[in-house]
Design a protein around this ligand. Sequence first.
Ligand code: SAM
Length: 365
Amino acid sequence: MNTEATISDDERRAERPGFDILGRLLFAAAAFQTLRAACETGLLDALIETGLDRKELSDRIGIRGRWLDTLLTAAAAAGLVARDPTERYEVTEALRPAVRSREWELFKATVAFEHHMTYRGIEMFTESLVNETNAGINRFPGNPGDSLYVRLTGDPQLRKVFYTYMRAWSRIGGSVLWKALAELSPHRLLDIGGGDGVHAIASVKSIPGLTATIVDLADAVDVSRLRITDEGLADRIKVVGVDMFADEFPQGHDVVLFAHQLVIWTENQNEVLLRKANRALPMGGHVVIFSSMTEDTEDGPFIAAMASIYHTAIPVEGGRIYPWGHYERWLGGAGFGDFRRVRSDSWTPHGVIVATKLAEVDPFG
Ligand SMILES: C[S@@+](CC[C@H](N)C(=O)[O-])C[C@H]1O[C@@H](n2cnc3c(N)ncnc32)[C@H](O)[C@@H]1O
């Protein structure tokens, strides 16, 4: 029997729109590699100010012949470049504002991170779901049970990719945080898991009289110390090696900041961290949470939902880009209230929640 004949043309046509979506997803990894090549070969930088023909382009970026053909066809199909009637290539009109923007160099650092870290581990996303663990962590050398952050301390090259990205991503989305912090007029900021110090540095520079303490893993604090010394801010920012779970938080601060931090951990761990923040703060003190946020409807934004795949598959067992409301629920249980949500006006799904300490919590909780 000819089974083909049992499917009508109308039925076939009705199916095609779905395959448009599926086809794009099927080749999303190839599209990403096209973007990476367009960034790393300098293709987009070469074509941003003036159009170039194939020969000029080849001389400029050093990719030749059929290798250049593949790159240009993929880049054109992906909407990155276009060929004009005189056979000169240029960055597409839609992309030009981004490639010309202040964020372009920062964006390229996020491309490197996606390639060297995210893609390396997210191939284990399905295995992570099925086995209820961060199965992609095994793609990074280290001891069983160690988080990505501990593993990074043994791999200087990957560590550089990570902190270059982290700083770039923080700077792309950070202005909403730095403004929210300035509005609180804090005196002493405690930055939990402060990374290379990007937020503490931006804050002390813009808030008169502010001093800060950065907490990070003992083997990671050299990253921020170096940067703080370079900036000449060692008298205003202290860095301490503290495990945020094993140790209590340092006392004497009026704001506790969790920047790109609570997305790493499970609900229970976040409740523990927020209770620690409560114990470290005076009444009326503030917790500030900064991160990509998922809508409470849990259907996007796209970038937040996709970034969750990395957090589920790689760094530790249990992270996720949580919806706004989850943070408020945990904060309420940890003695905080008067929540304020602030959305970023960046292209990233960053947001800030500011909460005020209204009650003491169980000191042994
Ligand atoms: C995702 S990065 C965020 C860095 C910075 N807050 C930012 O927004 O750019 C997480 C940071 O938390 C630190 N970290 C991870 N586990 C930790 C722990 N148990 N105690 C202290 N810091 C930790 C990592 O070393 C890393 O610097």
